[in-house]
Design a protein around this ligand. Sequence first.
Ligand SMILES: Cc1cc2nc3c(=O)[nH]c(=O)nc-3n(C[C@H](O)[C@H](O)[C@H](O)COP(=O)(O)OP(=O)(O)OC[C@H]3O[C@@H](n4cnc5c(N)ncnc54)[C@H](O)[C@@H]3O)c2cc1C
Ligand code: FES
Length: 280
Amino acid sequence: MAAITNPMLPEPYVVGRVGKETPDTFTLTLARGKESGADGSSFQPGQFSMLWVFGVGELPISISGDPAEGDRLVYTVRSVGQATHALVSLGVGDNVGVRGPFGTGWPIEVARGRDVIVIAGGLGLAPLRPLIYQMLRNSREYGRLVVLYGARSPRDLIYRRELVAWARRHETQVLVTVDYGGLSWRGHVGVVTTLFKYAKLQPRRSVVMVCGPEIMMRFVTRELEAYGVSREDIYVSMERNMKCAVGLCGHCQYGPHFICKDGPVFRWDQVRPLLGEYEL
Ligand SMILES: Cc1cc2nc3c(=O)[nH]c(=O)nc-3n(C[C@H](O)[C@H](O)[C@H](O)COP(=O)(O)OP(=O)(O)OC[C@H]3O[C@@H](n4cnc5c(N)ncnc54)[C@H](O)[C@@H]3O)c2cc1C
Ligand code: FES
């Protein structure tokens, strides 16, 4: 029988691997600590954990690994402040407390039998990677997978090798762009929406999953609607400061929603009226 765990109590995990993605972004693989009472680490693509860094504090981080690998948890973290810097500075064998998984996942059931368009800006590819793993593993259940990914510069691209591997598969189309290419970059330059004209899109037969900075999501959703994608077929992942992650403290309130439990993944028509009404 599965052990009953208190969502407010962190489970002990240990850093098993730290991989460098970019100069400020690292992917950490965590294994369950020996003293953990939990049975496994199952999660839905799009969900997040609260990671407790001892002596520093707790912060929400999306799970970026493969949902089929239930014995470990993978996170991709950009060092932007005190807590994220402490996380990316951890070494193999260091302890981390993990609460969760929390929140809503990408609507994988809605996507069955349809094309899926994944649109990511910067680190927004991290919470979408578990969805891509799951879709590629069960590719017969879905139509085509189109991945459109934008980053600031070539050195800010994460998961470079996997992007190449995904692009080689016959059921996928992967397009990458950067805001500033530099002399050696031979790929696309421009914001992620400039990729739309190169993508093989079937707007009325597709479900779209979008994650990135809020300003990017606004432009992307506007362009998708112009292409004829219905608002009900677009899903976005939202970010707000969090504390409890279980809908108790109100820290993450966004209009009538609590991002920690009603989100972070929302159907676009549910949050569209709020964007612009509330400060970013
Ligand atoms: C549901 C959810 C999922 C998340 N998933 C991830 C993830 O997978 N990987 C990850 O690295 N982060 C993720 N974050 C963001 C992460 O939790 C914050 O970046 C973190 O709390 C910042 O803590 P800090 O102490 O390092 O920085 P702070 O000291 O709080 O901030 C330092 C500076 O960075 C800025 N800043 C804070 N957060 C961000 C941000 N998200 N982007 C850009 N600038 C920021 C602040 O405005 C400030 O100027 C997620 C947040 C949410 C709500
Ligand atoms: S973080 Fe406490 S209600 Fe969402």
